[in-house]
Design a protein around this ligand. Sequence first.
Ligand SMILES: O=P(O)(O)OC[C@H]1O[C@H](O)[C@H](O)[C@@H](O)[C@@H]1O
Length: 527
Amino acid sequence: MAEVDVVLSVPSQQDFDEALSSAIVDQVASRISAQDPTLWGPEAESEASIRLSWTHLPESSRSLVGEISELREQLLGKGLDHIVLCGMGGSSLAPEVICHTAGVALTVLDSSQPDMVRGAIADRLDRTVVVVSSKSGGTIETDSQRRAYEHAFTEAGIDPLERIIVVTDPDSPLDQQATETGYRVFRADPHVGGRYSALTAFGLVPSGLAGADIGALLDGAADAEASLYADDPSNPALQLGVMLGVANAHGVDKLVLSDQTGHGVGDWIEQLVAESTGKLGKGILPVVVPFENAVNFNPSTSDSVLVSIGTDEAPKAQSGYAAALQGSLGAQMLLWEVAVAVAGRAIGIDPFDQPDVESAKKAARELLDGAGSVPSPDYTENGIDVYGSGSSLAESVRALLDQVDLDAGYLAIQVYLDRLAYADFAEVREVAAARLGRPVTFGWGPRFLHSTGQYHKGGTPNGVFLQVTGAPEHDLPIAGRDFTFGSFIDSQAAGDAAVLRDHGRPVLRLHLSDVPAGLETIRGLLE
Ligand SMILES: O=P(O)(O)OC[C@H]1O[C@H](O)[C@H](O)[C@@H](O)[C@@H]1O
């Protein structure tokens, strides 16, 4: 087997072959390797010119391997063996899958939900090292998580300088603040965007400190480079990217992913695909399913490409577009980055910006600052506050589901709760998909805001949104801020709902005062 293998199935070989030949004539793969910013058209050129350094990270990141391993030894020598990563989206999804694949433990705190933050802090604080990762250095969740840990260490008589390590871009607000405080700072290459940063310090520092073999990860990617950058019909990234582009041109704009390895690479691919392609009213909607025979994968819908990871036989897709992928994680990461860049060119978008993420952040900030008006529920039933039309819960849920376009639409279930405590609730994805016979996505808030959130607002406008929020067991203040974690996550949900509605997307928000009982009620209503 080559470093990474792709087996494709397409409904029309001629369409695919023509598109592949034209990508080869245009030298798309070798020009990506050479970091040519003109590939995505004049409008994308200035962003692309500062975003392409990911193409040769297997070489440029190599010196980090020794540095991180030395630091890990020092920390272990002090009995510090519990690594926590605070970060969102591109700053946490890669280390999560790298560590899972390597079979090493990493605690990922990518939430503003108060019970989750308290739970992370209460876990082995005396042995904990916290990696605070933010490319922009301005993400409020990450800043709040850092404050929470600094406060907890100080309260416990532990010097935060001994325990906090920062990964950020040079001169970001976090870099300035951390340098002033005296934290150890790893500065990453600013010419790599967040979702393409898996093989930079963002992916490598937390994973290496947790014990993953990051040298092998880079080796896997390095070994695949020659095939991924060849202007040749056998190039697996070119094949995958071209297939996604051709499918999109035929209205097949959902990508249903099933990971047979069980390592969770789907969540990382989800951000890469959704944020890179979902804009200007176009894009590819990733739908991550939990197992191969999950609804949406089997049976699939006629607007879905199916991709099976960890197998060598392309699955049977109703649309005819399918792929099977196998290879080391490092090779797969580079393969997907190249494939998404290729598909983005075919679809006609800039794969390196995320123009609609900021709007939800702004709406949340306005609510926190008291500048926006806090919405009131339309009615309350059985302890569930309902923000949406209808006069009963059953009617409101039915009215929302009735708005899913049965030919092209999807339902996104967005749940702003403790994702560890209520992990089982993700099973409602299956329930809703079986009822609708349409693609259904499931995301934990605020995590998904940094992943599929861009697509929901900027991508193909055929989504319908069920938002679930809930009262925390106990709220938690944020040191040095005039808002709590609880008010922050509420503002994030309300802010995103407001922006979705402004974009004309149907949204039903259900706020649960008794979370376990409320989730049971929702599960019943979706059946
Ligand atoms: O690493 P940070 O700057 O904190 O950003 C974390 C995330 O923030 C936003 O949601 C961006 O859209 C993501 O692409 C990014 O990964």
